[in-house]
Design a binder for this molecule. Structure first.
Ligand code: SF4
Length: 99
């Protein structure tokens, strides 16, 4: 049964699950990999000072839009990377949570 037919009939099939909802996939990113990605992003773009980075991340860690401890549901970014970059903004609807 294809996924469109599954949705129309209300039946579930393996093909209708996204990776974030399917237990066979691990969508968590390790601390080491996150640190590596932040380091790579920081090489070629202006970054914020450590205190501002921690302040931004603190907002993310208490935000209802944070998924899996690393991903912003509004932009799909890894917040550890997004918060590090000087020109980044918080995409929370109506009001940035970083201000
Ligand atoms: S909406 Fe803003 S505060 Fe919330 S997770 Fe995304 S970037 Fe972080």
């Amino acid at each position: 049964m294809n996924s469109r037919l599954s949705m129309e009939t209300g039946q579930k099939s393996e093909r209708s699950l996204c990776k974030g909802c399917d237990d066979q996939y691990d969508v968590q990113i390790s601390e080491a990999k996150l640190a590596r990605l932040v380091e790579l992003a920081s090489r070629s773009r202006p970054v914020v000072a450590d205190a501002e980075y921690e302040r931004r991340l603190s907002s993310c860690y208490s935000c209802p839009a944070l998924q899996y401890g690393s991903t912003c549901r509004y932009c799909g970014c890894l917040v550890q990377v997004r918060a590090k970059l000087l020109d980044s903004t918080c995409p929370f609807p109506y009001n940035s949570r970083w201000i």
